[in-house]
Design a protein around this ligand. Structure first.
Ligand code: AMP
Ligand code: TRP
Length: 340
């Protein structure tokens, strides 16, 4: 291992600038990113190269890239503590991913469930980029010798693949990459859609009203979505693994994570509730209060794009300082002529 040993564990994670950030992103990943900033050395990447694996309107992509940056800062990512940067600003990601593509067997990629479900939706328009998407993700992580990768449950398979790719490269070319560990929380790693608690809350085309809560939603939109949240015909307000109770479980999870209460305290808060209406109202109150400061800070940040760009440029400099020497080492390992 040639990277400078770091006294603190190094964390890296990424988020796509496609669609709008929602409560699933926040509770499954970003809340944790904010929490670990004090004890760990953190790198947070806005993955625009990943976003274009499915077509993005160029104007919207540009807007969303700044939008996600502003939202991450508004959620509490502190540029003085963490490196927040845009993936395409650090060329090493694209270079590294090419080399990793060449050590990754096709069969490994064809097995990825996220590829299979997205490719099904896209049919013949599926891009080659969608297939090699997880290799680029592996490059994002491995170029930083990240120890930990805080993500939602849907990324578990990609993290396993990252470790497999690292091991294969190390085996073929000598010890080069560290094997990263996923950091997946027990509660909140899979926030479900409010309109359908059997489907993950997502940014995609299912952005129908009432499916997800975006971090920038107004109080009315939040209350509307929660009032209509799908539950079941019972009355019991308790955490449960029963698929029938997925809707209630999801609402309790939102409440627990946003109030920072324990499982027992959360259930106790609803022991006198008269029905799911009380639960929905309480969750809506908590969500509205939690998102209010984020939305206000977002409005302030987004109105000053020059300042955002300045912060992202600082983040990219910090990222390049690690990723560039690492990609140089990778090139040397495979036998490229690397000019002095
Ligand atoms: P993405 O929006 O796909 O770039 O995801 C960014 C981060 O949010 C990743 O760590 C995902 O695993 C996480 N994430 C996305 N959707 C959800 C969800 N519904 N529940 C929990 N985590 C999620
Ligand atoms: N694939 C991740 C997602 O959709 C985003 C991502 C890209 C990522 N590169 C990463 C996550 C590196 C963690 C580490 O959520």
């Amino acid at each position: 291992m040639t990277a400078t040993p770091s006294p603190r564990p190094r964390v890296l994670s990424g988020i796509q600038p496609s669609g709008h950030m929602h409560l699933g992103n926040y509770l499954g990943a970003v809340q944790k990113w904010v929490e670990v900033q004090d004890e760990k050395e953190c790198f947070y990447c806005i993955v625009d190269l990943h976003a274009i694996t499915v077509f993005q309107d160029p104007k919207e992509l540009l807007e969303q890239t700044r939008g996600v940056a502003a939202l991450l800062l508004a959620c509490g990512i502190d540029p003085a503590k963490s490196a927040l940067f845009v993936q395409s600003h650090v060329r090493a990601h694209a270079e590294g991913s090419w080399v990793l593509n060449c050590v990754t067997p096709l069969g490994w990629l064809e097995r990825m469930t996220q590829f299979k479900s997205k490719a099904d939706k896209e049919k013949q328009r599926t891009s080659a980029g969608l297939l090699t998407y997880p290799v680029l993700q592996a490059a994002d992580i491995l170029l930083y010798d990240a120890d930990e990768v805080p993500v939602g449950e849907d990324q578990r398979q990609h993290l396993e693949l990252t470790r497999d790719i690292a091991q294969r490269f190390n085996h073929l070319y000598g010890e080069t990459f560290k094997l990263p560990k996923p950091l997946i929380r027990e509660f909140g790693a899979r926030i479900m859609g409010l309109d359908d608690p059997t489907a993950k809350m997502s940014k995609g085309s299912s952005g129908t009203r009432g499916h997800c809560i975006r971090l920038t939603d107004s109080e009315d939109e939040i209350r509307y979505a929660l009032k209509r949240a799908v539950t079941d015909s019972g009355r019991e307000i308790q955490f449960s693994d029963d698929p029938e109770k997925a809707g209630v479980n999801n609402l309790l999870t939102l409440y627990k994570l946003l109030t920072h209460k324990s499982r027992e305290e959360t259930e106790a808060d609803f022991s006198d509730a008269r029905g799911y209406g009380d639960l929905k109202k309480a969750v809506a109150d908590v969500v509205v209060e939690a998102l209010r400061p984020i939305r206000e800070e977002y409005d302030r940040l987004i109105s000053d794009p020059a300042e955002l760009d300045r912060l992202l440029a600082i983040g990219a400099d910090k990222a390049r300082a690690l990723a560039e020497p690492k990609v140089r080492l990778v090139k040397e390992r495979v036998g490229f002529f690397v000019p002095g």
